[in-house]
Write a protein that binds this ligand. Structure first.
Ligand code: ADP
Ligand code: MG
Length: 269
């Protein structure tokens, strides 16, 4: 069931080459909030750290066939998909071998297209949205995500130097467009870990909005202790503490994303 995109699956890479900015947190909780609206969602964990898999309660024993098998062998994507406790949310976990992928992929044919090729059959399937949780680098794994995706969703932590990092990512998106994926767009920028008691948070938000305009989501994710506690319980914050400011922010983000997607003009064929 996918009312936002009707027939077309939309694939988003959640990327920012800085670590600790809220990629995985956004992947887990946005996926959950979207699933709660009735959308059918697939989250692909493409970070060898496997934090998205852990945060969704997928045990290590249950990660043998994951995103590495998908890009390294011809393993069909459907073999790597696990259900989660959240109705409507499935996950392709990160398997242990993913840690070696950056190096192993260097010599394989179509190395930038491995993920795109592997998930191509899913576009015709049941998912309204596929979210890819990227690793904190601009290496081959992130490149695979950017080549496989329709658009990039960038979590931006409200801290010093946040904008310098993002300009490098924007240049990478340009390179990917020119070389591999001409239709790639910037879906949006999500301000994360916003602390309203901190002037710097405000300043980063103002700067981001003046530079990226409407690309920046109105919804801001606050710094919220419940968000950081939830993964150790193997749960998204929506299940851990639905009423928390963090859970509510991700619910808002999901509805804003769906509004954006519904307002999106389909390119004329
Ligand atoms: P990334 O995937 O970009 O490396 P994470 O999503 O893992 O970043 O977040 C880094 C750390 O910050 C994690 O410990 C996470 O629980 C915490 N965190 C993320 N978002 C928030 C938030 N809004 N409030 C409080 N802690 C957060
Ligand atoms: Mg992460």
């Amino acid at each position: 069931m996918s009312h936002a995109s009707d027939s077309r699956t939309r694939i988003f890479a959640i990327a920012n080459q800085k670590g600790g900015v809220g990629k995985t947190t956004t992947a887990i909780n946005l996926a959950t909030a979207l699933a709660a609206t009735g959308e059918t969602i697939l989250l692909i964990d493409l970070d060898p750290q496997g934090n998205a898999s852990t945060g969704l309660g997928i045990a290590r024993e249950d990660r043998l066939t994951g995103s590495y098998r998908l890009i390294a062998d011809a393993t069909p994507a459907t073999d790597a998909i696990r259900v989660t406790k959240i109705p409507g949310l499935a996950v392709i976990p990160a398997d242990a071998d993913l840690a070696g992928a950056e190096i192993e992929l260097v010599d394989v044919p179509r190395r930038e297209f491995r993920l795109r090729d592997a998930i191509a059959p899913l576009r015709a399937g049941a998912y309204g949205f596929v979210l890819i949780d990227c690793t904190p680098s601009l290496g081959l794994l992130t490149l695979n995500a950017l080549v496989a995706a329709d658009a990039v969703l960038v979590p931006l932590q409200c801290e010093f130097f946040a904008l310098e990092g993002i300009s490098q990512l924007v240049r990478t998106i340009e390179v990917v467009r020119r070389g591999f994926n001409p239709d790639l767009t910037l879906q949006g920028i999500v301000l994360t870990m916003f602390d309203r008691r901190n002037n710097l948070s405000d300043q980063v938000a103002v700067d981001a909005r003046s530079f990226f305009g409407a690309c920046v989501y109105d919804t801001v994710i606050p710094r919220n202790i419940r968000i950081s506690e939830a993964p150790s319980h193997g749960k998204p914050v929506l299940l851990y503490d639905y009423r928390s400011a963090g859970a509510q922010a991700y619910i808002h983000l999901a509805s804003e994303l769906l509004r954006r997607e519904r307002g999106r003009k389909e390119p004329i064929a």
